[in-house]
Design a protein around this ligand. Structure first.
Ligand code: PMV
Length: 360
């Protein structure tokens, strides 16, 4: 089994004075949710997600050698302009990954980042952002150590991204990614995300995710606070076991393409995540009235048409509408006709399953 210490490098064979890389990484949507952590950013239960394609962060990393004065040195640009309020998060990330990338204090970095989705749309950019940055740092490490294998490159990128934001470790690769030890998924690890190694039925090919923007406001509960609420939560242990069970069922569903069973697991996972928040101390309701309107409209439409469309939620009010590619036209029409009115400023984002990070 791979241990965190395996990602501490020995001396590098190459040197480089300056240069730049550019990588994009997408967001991802969890089917079995990660909610609750232990130790150093390790998940309390395994999760699985679809990697997205259109909602992504594009990050350019320029680096120039400097004298190591014992501090990190970096400028942060968001859409070309300095963004001071993002810096503390990056500083913390650098502190966490320094032992795995011992060259970080030998360079001045310029991190230039942008998202393809609207700023403050309520879509978390931490997963795509941390994954894109981790890819760039790994590109630099691979330059210093060209002997590194492709597998190590991606595993370590995911490992580093996890230290920035847990779910970011599922944004490095596509299309279906598992993070967290699961007895029946070979190669699964708490340390990094891995592409789901089993068979995936044609029904899930080009699977669609239309994200309905119900509430674009600031998150009511940060995910850090949310994960903490699972400590001493009355239902935590049962919930963690349930995640293992649901993932077990998904292994079979991915293989046989049973969309009815898929829907049951995915919707139950979304509501369970919210149930955990409603039953913690302090407690929160993160859904808005329009979230419930949308859920009811989806259930009614599904009942009436037998079209296999379902929803999932993250830790907020926005709704991800999930459906197979073959019913795309009908579902988009339904969204236009019946759901857009529940979105803030009629806004929604069309996305689909994707392959993960890409170098530009
Ligand atoms: O990566 P974090 O710490 O922001 O946690 C994300 C948690 C959920 O989005 C609610 C679920 C998940 O598995 O992505």
């Amino acid at each position: 089994m791979i241990a965190a210490t395996d990602f501490i490098p020995s001396a590098y064979s190459q040197t480089i004075d300056k240069g730049q890389f550019q990588w994009s990484a997408p967001s991802n949507i969890a089917l079995v949710k990660y909610w609750g952590k232990k130790g150093n950013q390790l998940p309390a239960n395994p999760s699985v997600s679809f990697t997205l394609n259109n909602c992504k962060t594009i990050t350019k990393l320029a680096f120039a050698k400097k004298i190591n004065t014992g501090d990190f040195s970096f400028d942060l640009l968001f859409e070309g302009k300095p963004k001071e309020d993002f810096k503390p998060k990056i500083q913390k990330f650098l502190e966490r990954i320094e032992i795995y990338l011992p060259f970080l204090k030998d360079y001045h970095f310029t991190i230039d980042t942008e998202n393809t989705f609207p700023h403050s749309s309520g879509i978390a950019s931490s997963a795509s952002g941390m994954a894109a940055l981790a890819m760039n740092f790994m590109n630099l490490e691979r330059t210093l150590n060209p002997e590194m294998t492709e597998e190590y490159f991606y595993q370590k990128a995911s490992f580093l991204a996890r230290l920035g934001s847990g779910s970011a470790c599922r944004s490095v690769k596509g299309e279906v990614v598992v993070w967290g030890n699961h007895a029946n998924i070979q190669g699964s690890s708490d340390l990094f995300g891995v592409p789901f190694p089993g068979a995936i039925h044609y029904n899930f090919k080009n699977f669609q995710d239309t994200i309905l923007l119900v509430d674009k406001g600031e998150k009511q509960v940060s995910s850090t606070v949310g994960h903490d609420l699972m400590h001493n939560h009355p239902f935590a242990e049962r919930r963690f076991t349930q995640a293992h069970e649901n993932l077990d069922q998904l292994i079979t569903i991915f293989e046989n393409g049973d969309l009815d069973q898929f829907i049951k697991i995915v919707e139950s996972e979304a509501l369970t995540l919210h149930a955990m928040m409603m039953t913690s101390i302090p407690y929160f309701i993160l859904m808005k009235p329009n979230t419930l309107q949308i859920i009811n409209a989806i259930w009614k439409f599904r009942n009436e048409t037998q079209i296999p469309v379902c929803f999932t939620l993250d830790a907020g009010a926005n709704v991800h509408v999930l459906y197979p590619n073959k019913v795309k036209e009908k579902v988009l029409q339904f969204i236009q006709d019946e759901l857009v009115g529940y979105c803030q400023n009629a806004q929604y984002l069309c996305d689909e399953i994707g392959v993960g990070s890409v170098q530009h």
